[in-house]
Structure formats: C-alpha cells, structure tokens
Design a protein. Structure first.
Length: 191
C-alpha cells in the first residue's frame, strides 16, 4: 500500500508557487460579489454531486490520485470527509474574513494539519456544509467591500492575504475538493 505524507506536508514548491500567483491574479480581477458567486457555484456543485450519491457509498473512503492543489495526505477520504473538511476550513476562513474586515489582526497561524476531517463523519456533514455556505453569503454581503486597507493574515501556502483574498481562496479551495469529490464518486461508480 502507498503511504501518504503526513498532514500539513504541503504541496510541491513549484505547484505551490503557481497556485499562489494564480490566487493573487484572480483576486486582483474579481470583485467581492464575483468571488462570492464563484464560492457558491463550486459549493452547489459539491452539494449536487453528494446528493446524487447513495449515502452508503458517500461514507466509503477512496484513494484518489493526487492532482494539482491537493495535499498528498488528503487523497484517501470519503465524500462525507470532503464535506467535513470543507466545513472546518470554511468556518476558519469565515472567522478570518470577519476579524480582518473589523480591523483586527488574528493571532496565531493557519495550520493545515488542523483541518483534516473526522474519519467517522456522516450525512450530517451535508446540512452543516449547506449552513456554512449560507453563513458565508450572509457575512460577505454584510461586510463588503472587503478590500479597504484592512489588516492581513498569512496562509502557509499562499502567503499574506487580505479579507478579499481569503474569500477568493475559499472558492478555489471548493474547486479543488469538488474535483476530488467527482473522482471519489466516479471511482465508486456513482458519477
């Protein structure tokens, strides 16, 4: 069996640099509204995919090939684990955007290894994911614009980000895990 790297090991350096540049460029051209739309578009695609999979299959872990943007330690998850991970990360990004917008510089760090999913998570992760997606909508609409000289906070792979860039990252993060979810469903014969 192939041994996976430990959580938080990161991405290959060139890939990380290219993703960092891509995030900075895309965030420079997207409005808050456009970034939120992208976030929702990816979220709803994930929800639709999971809703079309039998829940017995959605709890089965599947080892998928690694692709750009995915840490090696994240390759052996179930669909419910993908949702659980997204909920954990989205909650923290939402908190980060909220405090940055309010002019508060968060303390500590954003450690990737903290956001790995619970191996025993289940169908309740679907409702939790829907709830956090709605919470994003509510918060961002209430806080926009996000690019007004607020403090910034570093992401370990993407560097120092402002609130708008964190929002853009959330959409990119959804896209990466939507691809993963699609691969899992296909390998389970559910796509």
């Amino acid at each position: 069996m192939n041994t996976l790297q430990s959580p938080g090991s990161g991405l290959p350096p060139l890939e990380q640099s290219l993703l960092q540049i891509g995030l900075k460029l895309s965030s420079a051209f997207k409005s808050d509204h456009g970034a939120l739309q992208f976030f929702h578009q990816e979220a709803y695609a994930i929800i639709e995919l999971v809703d079309n999979v039998d829940y017995d299959f959605a709890s089965q872990r599947v080892l998928v090939p690694r692709f750009r943007g995915m840490e090696d330690s994240s390759r052996n998850w179930s669909l419910f684990m993908v949702l659980d991970h997204l909920c954990r990360v989205n909650r923290e990004i939402l908190r980060t955007i909220d405090v940055l917008h309010d002019g508060i510089e968060p303390r500590g760090e954003f450690d990737i290894s903290w956001f790995k999913p619970d191996h025993d998570c289940g169908a309740d992760s679907i409702d939790e994911f829907r709830d956090i997606v709605f919470e994003f909508q509510r918060l961002i609409e209430g806080k926009a614009p996000l690019r007004r000289g607020h403090p910034k906070f570093p992401h370990p792979w993407f560097g120092i980000l402002d609130a708008h860039q964190w929002l853009c990252l959330a959409g990119l993060h959804h896209r990466i895990h939507r691809k993963q979810a699609r691969k899992i469903a296909a390998m389970l014969g559910q796509a």
